[in-house]
Ligand binder design. Structure first.
Ligand SMILES: Nc1ncnc2c1ncn2[C@@H]1O[C@H](COP(=O)(O)OP(=O)(O)OP(=O)(O)O)[C@@H](O)[C@H]1O
Ligand SMILES: [Mg+2]
Length: 185
């Protein structure tokens, strides 16, 4: 069976990973393709609620995500993953395990993320309740050569999604338009 694509969104908290992963999932599903969404938060709360956010825990969490994504991809499922994945080594390990790996760098300035703050995480940090945010208190290592680099402070969600879809097309990972139409009929 042909391997599915593993699309890994990385970036600091509130950069837009979950938003873009879900939107790309919808695009692929609209083409009739099977997609599993492994949002790091959801996987954590279901599989490892007590894991925590130490360096070792982050390492372990991204390892589990990559392992699981590769298993699913082996059955032909496409997988979108939204995970801060702050270390280059975490993503490189995932890349080495997955046949069709697409790294999407969700690049958003910290100040913009602090303003967005959909989960109130930065507000908690401002109150001194959290002190382990990647890109703020802990290092975030941006990708050197991601397949896709989106700047969400300058591009709309739609434009970012189109950048990802364009990269998938260029990599030859999407079925030809005729095949998609046939599958939908
Ligand atoms: N171009 C864009 N792409 C993605 N999100 C955007 C964009 N412009 C604005 N936003 C907004 O930024 C916020 C990003 O929140 P989201 O939950 O997707 O971030 P996240 O990276 O998954 O954060 P976390 O690491 O905490 O899970 C959303 O409220 C979204 O609507
Ligand atoms: Mg998220």
């Amino acid at each position: 069976m042909e391997h599915g694509i593993v699309i890994w969104f990385t970036g600091i908290p509130a950069s837009g990973k979950s938003t873009l992963a879900a939107a790309v999932q919808r695009e692929l599903e609209a083409m009739g393709l099977p997609v599993e969404n492994l949002d790091a938060d959801e996987v954590r709360s279901n599989l490892s609620p007590n894991l925590g956010y130490s360096e070792e825990a982050r390492d372990e969490n991204t390892k589990r995500l990559a392992w699981f994504a590769n298993k699913l991809a082996g059955y032909g499922a496409n997988v979108v993953i939204a995970a801060v994945s702050s270390r280059r080594a975490y993503r490189d390990r995932a890349r080495s395990w997955c046949e069709k790996f697409v790294e999407v760098y969700v690049d958003t300035p910290l100040e913009v993320c602090q303003q967005r703050d959909p989960k109130g995480l930065y507000a908690r940090a401002a109150r001194g309740e959290v002190s382990d945010i990647a890109g703020m208190h802990q290092p975030y290592e941006p990708p050197d050569a991601p397949e896709v680099h989106v700047r969400t402070a300058e591009s709309s969600v739609e434009e970012c999604v189109e950048a990802v879809m364009g990269a998938l097309r260029e990599l030859g990972y999407l079925p030809a338009a005729e095949a998609v139409t046939e599958a939908m009929e």
